[in-house]
Design a protein. Structure first.
Length: 81
């Protein structure tokens, strides 16, 4: 699974893919943070937290995207299997 940081505006990203921006709990410090980083991997789009000092193992939330969009993604990223 190759996860890409997309760098899109988080609010627009969440609206586009209907991803909840409810707070995510950091598994390390147990604090809750609003997602602020847009991510994508094959077939899914999601949000995660930027690193706030607890390492890179941040929680994330993803949603599946529809087949048409997956195919579009394949066209954009033909090197990913
Ligand atoms: Zn933390």
């Amino acid at each position: 699974m190759k996860l890409c940081i997309v760098g899109q505006n988080i609010e627009k990203w969440a609206n586009k893919y209907l991803i909840s921006l409810e707070n995510l709990e950091c598994p390390t410090c147990k604090k809750y943070f609003k997602p602020d980083t847009s991510i994508a991997f094959k077939g899914y789009r999601g949000v995660t937290l930027s690193n706030h000092g607890c390492g890179i193992n941040m929680p994330f939330r993803v949603v599946p995207i529809d087949k048409e969009k997956i195919e579009f993604w394949e066209l954009l990223r033909p090197e990913e299997g």
